[in-house]
Design a protein around this ligand. Structure first.
Ligand code: HEM
Length: 375
């Protein structure tokens, strides 16, 4: 009995508040609507990127959760305000872009292990299960395969500035190998991504609200602007890799294609865009190779151009499989167990282009960049 009377003396009175139990609502959380997220506690670039990753996924999920026939036309201010603030801070448009979906959305399972699919995970995902995971992570591997190519650009630009033909030749050979490795990495799409799931489930969550008949006026960002705002959806056309390679090799696209591709640069982190601009103002590789009269440089240059065109031909085949063929199969099988695929997007990419003719033109213009030995 002695211990119990001691307990009675020391025990505090029982109150509900100590247990987060409300006097009025009991176990219900009173007024649970989320307070406005405050961005002032974010410190540094990496935290801003992580915040954007989360907010961009929530936004796409919110807008497209009921399919393309019933998109949400207004983004609530609790989401719109922090998303726009984070986006302004990072110089990115307030919509999911490649740098969210892919560049900031990967983690290694075993940090010491290799960078391959079975040791990788996404941080956030949409519906689409293993195919969505594969789609994001294969693209991560494509970005990784581009690393020696990006370094080769730097080496090559400096080699031209220092008039070092040996270093330039080595850089061009490294660039060619990297482009071929990118094509190899792209091939893993076939192993990890089911075209029907990609087409009917995943694609809509990457869709934007510019030139999209499902949301013709755009999206109202409540508390930001009374007028709807229009932005293109997420696409690997927003990856900096091929933009940098094109500028370096001197590929000139048709006006229409170039307009689209240049617009996609506004969907890149400004520092990555600045890298492309730096390549643009560097001495022209093409002019340098032509005027050098160096046959080995010319061959190495042409091999880079041909590899880049081959990469684009391979990508075109992927697009045919994952969009065009999947679209006609979805049309033919209306009773499929998969949700009805997004109609408005059938002929168009998530970035909003008329896909096949655009991609063919981009590939053909790449090949036209080849130099012909003089004399
Ligand atoms: C299943 C996989 C893929 C599909 C279905 C696909 C689809 C598309 C589509 C429809 C476009 C036209 C632009 C648009 O409307 O967004 C496009 C462009 C582009 N995609 Fe992909 N894509 C895939 C994977 C990738 C990957 C992994 C990369 C590499 C980072 C990539 C790089 C590009 C580039 C650079 C463009 C711009 C055109 C060019 O410069 O050649 N794509 N893609």
């Amino acid at each position: 009995m002695e211990p119990q009377s001691q307990n009675l003396k020391t025990a505090p009175f029982l109150t509900l508040g100590r247990f987060h139990i409300s006097e009025d609502y009991g176990f219900l959380l009173p007024n649970p609507l989320m307070p406005l997220l405050n961005c002032q506690f974010l410190t540094g670039y990496r935290e801003w990127r992580l915040a954007r990753l989360v907010l961009s996924f929530i936004t796409m999920g919110y807008v497209w959760q009921d399919g393309e026939t019933q998109p949400k036309e207004i983004l609530p201010r609790n989401l719109a305000l922090p998303f726009v603030e984070v986006s302004r801070n990072l110089g990115l448009p307030p919509i999911l872009v490649h740098s969210d979906l892919v560049l900031a959305n990967w983690a290694t399972r075993n940090p010491g292990g290799p960078l391959e699919i079975r040791n990788l995970d996404t941080i956030i995902s949409f519906p689409g299960g293993e195919s969505l995971r594969g789609f994001i992570l294969v693209t991560v591997l494509v970005e990784k395969a581009a690393v020696p190519g990006i370094k080769a650009l730097v080496q090559a630009v400096n080699a031209i500035l220092q008039s070092s033909p040996d270093s330039l030749l080595q850089a061009l050979q490294r660039l060619r190998v990297s482009i071929q490795d990118i094509t190899g990495a792209l091939g893993q799409m076939h192993d990890y991504v089911d075209p029907d799931i990609f087409y009917a489930v995943i694609r809509i969550f990457l869709s934007g609200w510019k030139d999209n008949p499902a949301l013709p006026a755009g999206l109202v960002y409540e508390g930001v602007s009374k007028e709807p705002l229009s932005y293109s959806g997420g696409s690997a056309a927003q990856s900096t890799i091929l933009h940098a390679f094109d500028e370096f090799l001197g590929v000139r696209h048709s006006k229409e294609s170039a307009d689209f591709l240049h617009r996609m640069r506004d969907y890149m982190p400004p520092s990555h865009r600045a890298f492309i601009e730096e390549i643009c103002v560097a001495p022209s590789l093409r002019t340098h190779v032509m005027s050098s009269g160096n046959g080995r440089l010319l061959t190495a240059y042409n091999q880079c151009v041909e590899s880049l065109a081959a990469l684009r031909t391979y990508h075109l085949a992927l697009v045919t499989k994952y969009l065009i063929t999947a679209a006609s199969r979805a049309k033919a099988q209306r009773t499929s167990h998969l949700p009805r695929p997004p109609q408005a997007l059938e002929e168009r990419g998530t970035g909003g282009t008329a896909v096949v003719s655009f991609l063919k033109s981009v590939r053909d213009k790449t090949l036209e960049t080849r130099l012909h030995p003089s004399g």
